[in-house]
Design a protein around this ligand. Structure first.
Ligand SMILES: Nc1nc2c(ncn2[C@@H]2O[C@H](COP(=O)(O)OP(=O)(O)OP(=O)(O)O)[C@@H](O)[C@H]2O)c(=O)[nH]1
Ligand SMILES: [Zn+2]
Length: 391
């Protein structure tokens, strides 16, 4: 009885602290600083993409100490600094570097220049700061400033008055895992689709309310094959909705619905993972960089991201909610297969799924095939149903 009570209290405490992290993510998205606590160290964090001269001055005045610029491993590698850690901090004690334009260039500019001090290992709060930026779908770079002893009372009064939010760095570090097992099915309805008339949409919401994912259930589950036809589709507003020619997503989406229907029904999970998990704002930034000559993976790296930032835990949770354990997956992406297997799903088979090759998506598909291991040889060699002349 007592231990049940204790467990209850603990889970309540965990819920409250994660709620605090979720509030912090909202503040960060608004361009406000938050405070991360790690033991007796307090660190003020400001997202780099929202920093302006005023914010920079306020950060220094509040912390009473010089900030540093925390960059991801991917960005550091691009700057020629390979460190054995997932992030590092560039100390900014020299005033010459405290210029907003220069900070932006260092954090996500195509040309960063060379004038900065050598990076030092990132602290736990620095790591947590970048995790928060990623979760908030911002550029993964932040200014962090330790709160000096002399500034502590002032910072505490800001927290007490509600002007500044304080969260534990250890909670912030785990904000991506917080959704695990807590996905909520919110609503569902019958939505007849042009390519699959007998379809239902089920909407699932992550506990922080930030992301919603949809399971499109096609046909009668009683009549499905033993290995259920399944498509994991990552959202692509530009391709899915507007038919962008830069990618193959829209056609893959519609082809998947038609294929699943033709296979006797199954499920399409429409996952809120826009831009391979970097968010639409960053995907548009990446497209602008691609127009300057970078390929799809290098462009993401300039912004500080890895080649694929997606996680598939929510997909596994949705399959559990639908009571699906054995699937045949429609994909060309080996990472999706591995992620499902790791999540305990039996992947009995894989079906290829192509969109049309276009003049505009040729480079994108080639990079995915050559650099990210996607199984796209058939489409690149011109065997796809819809490949245009000359490709
Ligand atoms: N960052 C980035 N994302 C892109 C780009 N082009 C398309 N995307 C995103 O890439 C994702 C593609 O999703 P999917 O088609 O489900 O996945 P996939 O990895 O191509 O794998 P399969 O289609 O299953 O073979 C979507 O989230 C798109 O928004 C790009 O140039 N940069
Ligand atoms: Zn797309």
């Amino acid at each position: 009885m007592r231990s049940a009570q204790r467990e209850n209290n603990l889970s309540h405490a965990k819920e409250t602290s994660m709620h605090q992290v979720e509030r912090a993510i909202f503040d960060i998205r608004r361009g406000l600083p938050v405070l991360l606590r790690d033991g007796d160290q307090d660190v003020l964090v400001h997202p780099i993409e929202n920093v302006d001269d005023g914010a920079l001055d306020r950060l220094i005045a509040t912390a009473g100490d010089a900030p540093g610029l925390v960059l991801s491993r991917h960005r550091l590698a691009l700057l020629g600094k390979t460190l054995d850690t997932s992030a590092a901090r560039l100390p900014l004690s020299s005033l010459a570097i405290l210029d907003v334009r220069r900070l932006n260039e260092l954090a996500f500019g195509a040309d960063a220049g060379e004038h900065f001090q050598p990076p030092v290992a990132a602290s736990r709060a620095d790591h947590a700061a970048l995790t928060l930026m990623r979760r908030a779908l911002l550029i993964p770079a932040a200014l962090t400033a330790r709160v000096a002893r002399k500034s502590r009372d002032r910072v505490e009064s800001l927290i007490e008055s509600g002007a500044l939010l304080a969260v534990e760095a250890s909670d912030a570090e785990h904000c991506f895992e917080a959704a695990s097992g807590l996905l909520k099915k919110v609503s569902e309805a019958r939505i007849p689709l042009a390519d699959a008339v007998d379809s239902r949409f089920m909407l699932f919401r992550e506990p922080d309310g930030l992301r919603e994912h949809i399971a499109v259930v096609i046909g009668d589950p009683e009549a499905w094959l033993d290995a259920v036809p399944l498509r994991l589709h990552s959202a692509c507003l530009t391709g899915d909705l507007f038919g962008s020619l830069r990618c193959d997503c829209g056609e893959q989406l519609r082809n998947a619905v038609a294929d699943i229907d033709a296979m006797g029904g199954g499920v399409l999970l429409y996952l809120a993972q826009e831009g391979r998990g970097i968010g639409l704002a960053n995907k548009l930034r990446a497209y602008a960089l691609q127009d300057e000559g970078l390929d799809t993976l290098d462009a993401d790296q300039v912004l500080g991201f890895g080649e694929d930032e997606r996680r598939y835990g929510v997909a596994v949770d949705m399959l559990a909610a639908l009571d699906i354990r054995r699937v045949q997956l429609l994909t060309n992406n080996p990472v999706k297969i591995a992620a499902l297997i790791e999540g305990g799903i039996d992947v009995a088979d894989r079906q290829a799924l192509y969109g049309r090759l276009t003049e505009q998506n040729y480079r994108y598909l080639t990079a995915k095939s050559k650099r990210a291991g996607h199984m796209l040889d058939a489409v690149l060699n011109g065997h796809s149903k819809g490949s245009p002349d000359g490709f």
